[in-house]
Unconditional design. Structure first.
Length: 300
């Protein structure tokens, strides 16, 4: 528990009126989730100094995280101990889970088709083993890679080089491989010993020559719901124990922004998100990409 204590200096003639007015603040504070003991959120007059008022709060951001059984911080610890996928309120993950997987795939394949078109238009949808690969990159080191399997399952790997989950910078093959723990072997096979692409760079085990796709966030679809790789949960719990938002270090928010999950996915909306404002969209770009948005079916 964290206790926040402080002192307010008031005109002695105003102190009693100030304390009386604070009742409307103390009451909801005591009732709020994360206040461990209602008696510990208090305002009191100093018995010796007439102009002093002491405050004591058993509730703050960190205290809330530690005390709330449903907090992301508590859940990541519990999930790590149980070796089960954690559940969080992270907005990007929730939007992914709330969007039908067929629609997620449709959007992923449209974005991938745009990528291929702008790369010259000669590349066909990429197959890796039994899976169809859809990818996105921002040209600056961030990437999203989806693998769609015939049985309806999927694997999602995201990478943001500016986060604390940039394991590529560590150069540690075993550490990166462990991030995929808990992903079924068939799904994991598409990121092991595969040729590199722009979005899919590998870390290599110097002893064996084996490779693994580097990723800061690893998620997989089991046929009914999106799960977080147990290895990712364990890594965050062990190596980033002070992270306020566990999933933000995966770069998931940024790497899924292009798919507008939870929003309308139209050509105009997508271009606006891409450029930041509609004024920067050219008519030539609209005409070039309109057939992609009109003709993509999600059945590659």
């Amino acid at each position: 528990m964290i206790i926040i204590a402080g002192e307010l200096r008031l005109d002695p003639d105003d102190r009693d009126a100030y304390l009386a007015g604070c009742a409307q603040v103390v009451k909801p504070a005591r009732a709020a989730a994360g206040c461990l003991d209602y008696a510990r959120y208090a305002l009191a007059a100093d018995l010796i100094e007439p102009g002093s008022t002491s405050t004591s709060a058993g509730r703050c951001q960190w205290c809330l995280v530690e005390s709330d059984d449903e907090s992301p911080r508590r859940r990541v610890r519990a999930a790590e101990e149980r070796s089960l996928p954690m559940s969080t309120d992270h907005s990007a993950l929730q939007a992914l889970r709330d969007t039908p997987v067929e629609e997620v795939r449709r959007r992923a394949e449209i974005v991938d088709a745009v990528r291929r078109l702008e790369a010259g238009g000669t590349e066909d949808p990429h197959r890796v083993g039994p899976a169809v690969r859809s990818a996105w990159n921002d040209g600056g080191g961030q990437s999203t890679v989806w693998y769609w399997f015939p049985d309806g399952r999927a694997l999602l790997a995201v990478f943001d080089h500016e986060t604390d989950l940039n394991l590529y910078a560590e150069g540690d093959y075993a550490l990166q491989l462990a991030l995929y723990d808990g992903v079924p072997d068939e799904l994991k096979s598409v990121v092991l010993n595969q040729p590199e692409t722009y979005e899919s760079l590998n870390l290599t085990d110097e002893a064996t020559g084996n490779t693994v796709l580097y990723a800061g966030g690893v998620f997989w679809y089991d046929g009914s719901a999106w799960q977080i790789a147990e290895g990712l949960i364990r890594h965050v719990a062990q190596h980033l124990p002070d992270a306020l938002d566990e999933l933000s270090e995966t770069g998931l928010d940024y790497c899924l922004a292009t798919y507008l999950l939870g929003q309308d996915f139209t050509l105009e909306a997508w271009l606006t998100q891409r450029h930041g404002c509609a004024e920067d969209i050219t008519q030539e770009e609209r005409e070039q990409l309109a057939p992609v948005f009109a003709g993509q079916t999600g059945q590659s």
